[in-house]
Structures are given as structure tokens and as C-alpha cells.
Design a protein around this ligand. Sequence first.
Ligand code: MN
Ligand code: MN
Ligand code: MN
Length: 275
Amino acid sequence: MIDLHCHSNFSDGLLTPQALLDKARQQGITMLALTDHDTVLGVTALLEANTDKAIRIIQGVELSSRWKKIDIHILGLNIDHQHPVLLELIAKQREHRLTRALQMSERMALLGVEKAYDKACVVAGHQHVARPHFAQVFVNEGKARDLAAAFKRYLQRGKPAYVPTPWISIEEAVSGIKEAGGQAVLAHPLKYDLTRTKLHELVEAFKSAGGVGLEVVSGEMTPSQTQEVAGLCRRFSLLASTGSDYHGDGLSRISLGRQRALPPDCMPVWHLWMD
Ligand code: MN
Ligand code: MN
Ligand code: MN
């Protein structure tokens, strides 16, 4: 079983890298990529935890990028997570994220939640805070029943606490991943709610930037959605990836490694890593 997309508590996942690894063992996963949002700190911890090397760890990251005012997620797989070019890119993202978090905190003050940034840091246990942490703050302050309600009421695009982030471009994300020796994969291509024309445009832009694969199976995708993305792989001669996008029990309906199988006619991205 292979899972090339999941999150630890170094981004917005619930589990520590060690707990993620234990879960991967229980689930019978043989190859696991940790792809936290714009950070690789969890990868270091995961590699350290994997003492018996029973599971093949693929060093990964999920970079946020901006394309035509839409947030697009690019997976960097099989990277050298210590590569200086990648680390520089991540530092830039971190600055963007911090600016955004502080702006969101100001908005939350207007909604009656004081010092939301500090509170989100406490929730997260670190300063790499994201919307799920702010959602938890809304819940803790009694402003929302649960995380989903907090998102719906305050944190989704267009809602009062939402602030867009000036992420790096697709070109920057892909070239950083390539520099770090990895492969760039377009994460969950159907999650951006694009028209077919727009989606083709995105895939073309991604491919011409140097991207090599699409996430054909992701978390809760239906079989027909998977077939659609597999079709895009054929049309644009791209490789296929698979991942649960697991964030933790309660946050994700699909558990680690429990996403559907890749269609047999797809060429998996890990064929490039077989030696
Ligand atoms: Mn996430
Ligand atoms: Mn994503
Ligand atoms: Mn993800």
C-alpha cells in the first residue's frame, strides 16, 4: 500500500510524525510520503523515527502556489528536504503565511476574538499556524460549534476572517522542487472547481513549468473523478500519483493509505524511484 500525500502536526495534521509512522505500520503501508503544507520539518522527524526502515519514506512537501487568483497545491515528492533552494522558498512562504495569520488575527479581533494569533499558536503547539488552528480558536471561544462550522461561517473564501495569501507562482514551486531533486505533482486537480477549459489550461501551465504528474487518486475522490484525472494524464502524458491527504481522524474521512486504487492503465510516479 502506498500513500504519497498526508499531513502531520507540523502543518495542519493531528498526528506527530512518530504517530503517523505507527499508523502507517498498522495500515500495512510500504511507501509513505509526508507532504506538510510549506514545511519539511516533519520530514526530518519522520526519518528519525523510522529507525527500522520497514517503511520507505519519500521526502515530500505540499507547496501552496497562486495561479490566476486561485490557490493551487503542488506536491514535491522524492525531494532532498534539506536542499537550500527549497528551504529558501519555504522561508518565503513562511513569511507570506505569517503576514496572513496576523491579518486574520486582526479580523478576528473585530469579530470579538482577542489575540487570535497567540491562541492559534497555543492550539498548534508551534507558530506555523493555519486556518484549522484559527477554526479551533473560534470553537474554543464559543463562536462556532465545530471546526466545519467555523470554516463555513468565518474562514472560507469570502467570509469575514478570510484573507488571501500571496503565494509563490506555479513556476517557482515546480522549479524549487526540481532543484531539490524531486518530482512536482499537481495535488487534487478537481478540488479547484475549474471548468474543463480552465483545468486543461492549468494542467498545461503546470506541465510547461516542469511538472511531471497529477494526483489521480486523492482522499475522497469518486471513481469517476479518478477516471477523469487519469484521462488528463493520458492526454498530457503525465505520471499518476496517489495519496489519502490524511489530516487525522475526525478531520479526514479517508484514513492513511485507505484511498482507492490507482487505475491499472496509469504510469505511477514511483516508477521513477525504482532502483
Ligand atoms: Mn491541509
Ligand atoms: Mn491540498
Ligand atoms: Mn494536503
